[in-house]
Design a protein around this ligand. Sequence first.
Ligand code: PXG
Length: 292
Amino acid sequence: MKVYLNGKLVNKDQAKVSVFDHGFLYGDGVFEGIRSYDCLVFKLKEHIDRLFESAHSIMLEIPLTKKQLIDAVILTLKANRLRDAYIRLIVSRGEGDLGLDPRKCAGKQTVVIIADKITLYPEKLYKKGMAIITVPTVRNLPEALNPQIKSLNYLNNILAKIEAINCGVEEALMLDNLGYVAECTGDNIFVVERGQLYTPPQCMGTLRGITRDTVLNIARKLNIPTHEHVLTRHELYISDECFLTGTAAEIVPVVKVDGRKIGDGKPGKITKLLMEEFRKVTKTDGVRYILD
Ligand code: PXG
C-alpha cells in the first residue's frame, strides 16, 4: 500500500509522523472520510470544501490548493489501483514542541491521504435494520467544540460509542445539552413520519453530513417533504421509519431505538426507496479517474 505523506507517495511502513505532531499530541487537525465507487470519488469537491471550512475555523492553513488536494487524492487512488475505496484525508497542525501553542508548528502541517479497501457492514444490517440506544455522553456543545468542525479530536464520539458497545448495541444516539436529538457517533439521523422526512438542523450539535445533504436532495426530487427540525427522543420512538446516513455506512435502516420498535420493526418503504436512489447518485456525482 502507498500512502500520500506531505507530497510524496511512500510505502505503508514508511508512512510515519513525528510524536511531536500536534495532531498526535492534541488532536489538533482536521480530516475527511471519502468514498470512491467504481472509479468515481463521490462528492469529492464537497468533501474538500468541508475540509477547508474545518481548517479555516481552527486557523489551520492547508498547504495545498483545493485543486492540488483533489489531484493528490486521485494520485493516491491510482497508485493503489483502487476502483472502490475508503479514503482518509488528514491535515494536522504538524510538528511543534510539547506546548499547546500552534505558532510553534508554523509551516510544518502534515498532510496524509490513505486509500484502502472499504470494509462494508454486513448485508444483514441493511436488510434487517439496526438497533440504537441513547447514551449519557452529550454531543459537544457548538459553543465549545463545534461538531461542524471535523477535527481529529473524536473522543466525544468514541466515548458515546463505548457506551453503546457496553450495552451490546453497535451505534449510539447522542443528544445535545438540551436533550434534543443530535446525531450518532459517525452518522446523521433521519425519521419518516406520515410520509415526511425529518432530520435535526445543522446548528443542533450535528455535522452537516454530505450523505445527509445528498439524501435531503434526493427526497426533494422525489417530492417527499423534508424538514430540518429539532427532534426529541419521543419523535424517534413514534416515527414510522428511521435511518442513519454517513459516508462509511451510506444509509442504514434503524428498527429499534432504546428498546422501542420503530414502525413495524422492518426497514421502511421510504428508507428503501432512498437507499435505491442513493445507489444511483453514487454512480454519477463526483470526480472520475482512470486506472491505467
Ligand atoms: N456525523 C459525524 C459525527 C461524523 O463523523 C457523519 C455524521 C456523516 O457525515 P458524511 O459527510 O460522511 O455523510 C460523520 C462521518 C466511520 C467514520 O468510520 C465516519 C466519520 C468519521 C470517522 C469515521 O464510520 N464521519
